[in-house]
Design a protein around this ligand. Structure first.
Ligand code: FAD
Length: 309
C-alpha cells in the first residue's frame, strides 16, 4: 500500500520503519522542521560553540523486550546511551534526544514544515490537504491526541472520541546555560515547588560543554501560567532553581522558554487504532502511556496489525 503518516515523532517513525521494511511505500508529513516531535533537542549557537538542550522528553525507559533490544542497537550505533543518573533503566539519545528519530527518519520520505489540516476520503483513496493531488491507500495519524481528534472526526467519530478523551497537560520549560558550574549538588531535581523536573543537561552522557540546565514546571503551574510571557516564565523557573543553591545564581548566558501545550497525555490503553475497512488508523503515546517507549510500541503495534492484515 501507499501509506501517509501524519507526524514524524517516535510513534510515526517506528510505524513507518516497520511498514517500509514490510514492503509498503510510506510518506510522512510533519509540521516541524525535523524529526522527533516531543523527543526534542534545541541547538543554540554561542561564541563558545553550541549547546544542545533536551527540552521535551528527558530520558526514556526500555522495559519491553522488543524495544530493549532495539535500544541496545541504538546504543551500539552511538545514538543512545544509558543515563544511570536518572535510573537503572534510563536511556538518552546522543548527542541529543532527537538523535534517534533523526537516524530513523534518514531513509524515509518526509515532507517537513507541512501542517496537515484536513484529510479527505474519495473513491477509496485518501488525500491530505498538504499534497491534495496525491492519493494514498491508507492514512495513519501519529500526532498528540488533541491534534489527532480533528483529523479523525469526519472519518471515524469513534476514534476521534477516544482521542478527545485523552487531554494533554501543558509544560512550561526553561533552557538556561551558565559560564560557570552551579553550586547545585544533584544533577536532577524532582517535584520541588513549581519545578516538576530539572536536570543538569550537560551531565547527561555525550553532552560536553558549558553548564546547561532544563527546568520543567509542574503541570498545574504550567496550566495556571499558560499564557504568561516567555520572559516571565524563565524568571520564575530560574528563581525556583536558585532556591536549590546556597549561592546566588550567576546571570545565564542562554535563557529560552518553551511552552509545550500538549506535553503529558492522559492515555487510553488501546495500543493503536485501525479501521480495516476504510484504512485509517492512529498511533501515539496517548494510546498506551505518556512515554517515549509507549509511543514507539504503539507505532510498532499498528504496523504489525497492517502487515498481518
Ligand atoms: P510526538 O512526539 O508529539 O510526535 C507527533 C508529531 O506530529 C510531531 O512531530 C508534530 O510536529 C507532528 N504533528 C502534530 N500535528 C500535526 C499536523 N496536524 N500536521 C503535521 N504534523 C503534525 N517521555 C518519557 O519517556 N520520558 C520523559 O522523561 C518524558 N518527559 C517529557 C517531558 C516533556 C516536557 C514532554 C513534552 C514530553 C515528555 N515525555 C517523556 C513524553 C514523550 O516525549 C512522548 O510520550 C513521546 O515523545 C510521544 O511521541 P509521539 O510520536 O506519540 O508524539
Amino acid at each position: 500500500m501507499k501509506i501517509a503518516i501524519v507526524g514524524a515523532g517516535i510513534a510515526g517513525l517506528s510505524c513507518a520503519e516497520m511498514l517500509q521494511a514490510g514492503g509498503h511505500h510510506v510518506v510522512l508529513f510533519d509540521k516541524a522542521r525535523g524529526a522527533g516531535g516531543r523527543m526534542a533537542t534545541r541547538r543554540v549557537v554561542t561564541v563558545a560553540g553550541y549547546v544542545a538542550f533536551d527540552h521535551g522528553a528527558q530520558y526514556f525507559t526500555a522495559r519491553d523486550p522488543e524495544f530493549a533490544s532495539v535500544v541496545q542497537g541504538w546504543g551500539s550505533a552511538g545514538i543512545a546511551a544509558p543515563w544511570p543518573g536518572a535510573g537503572s533503566d534510563a536511556w538518552v539519545g546522543t548527542p541529543g534526544m532527537s538523535a534517534v528519530a533523526k537516524v530513523i527518519a534518514r531513509p524515509m520520505t518526509i515532507h517537513w514544515n507541512c501542517l496537515v489540516v484536513k484529510i479527505r476520503h474519495m473513491d477509496g483513496s485518501w488525500f491530505l490537504d498538504a499534497v491534495a493531488e496525491i492519493p494514498f491507500d491508507a492514512v495513519i495519524v501519529a500526532t498528540p491526541a488533541d491534534q489527532a481528534a480533528p483529523l479523525l472526526v469526519t472519518h471515524d467519530p469513534a476514534m476521534a472520541a477516544m482521542a478527545q478523551a485523552c487531554p494533554s497537560a501543558p509544560c512550561w520549560t526553561a533552557m538556561v546555560a551558565f559560564a560557570v558550574r552551579l553550586a547545585v549538588v544533584d544533577d536532577i531535581i524532582r517535584n520541588t515547588g513549581i519545578i516538576g523536573w530539572a536536570a543538569r543537561n550537560s551531565a547527561k552522557p555525550g553532552r560536553p560543554g558549558i553548564e546547561s540546565w532544563v527546568i520543567q514546571a509542574t503541570a498545574k503551574w504550567s496550566r495556571d501560567h499558560l499564557e504568561d510571557t516567555e520572559a516571565t516564565i524563565v524568571d520564575a523557573l530560574l528563581a525556583a532553581l536558585a532556591l536549590e543553591t546556597a549561592t546566588p545564581l550567576p546571570s545565564p548566558i542562554i535563557r529560552i522558554g518553551h511552552r509545550w501545550r500538549y506535553a503529558r497525555v492522559t492515555a487510553t490503553h488501546q495500543g493503536c487504532l485501525w479501521n480495516a475497512t476504510t484504512k485509517i488508523g492512529a498511533v501515539g503515546d496517548w494510546l498506551i502511556a505518556p512515554r517515549v517507549e509507549s509511543a514507539w510500541l504503539s507505532g510498532r503495534m499498528l504496523a504489525k496489525v497492517i502487515l498481518a492484515g
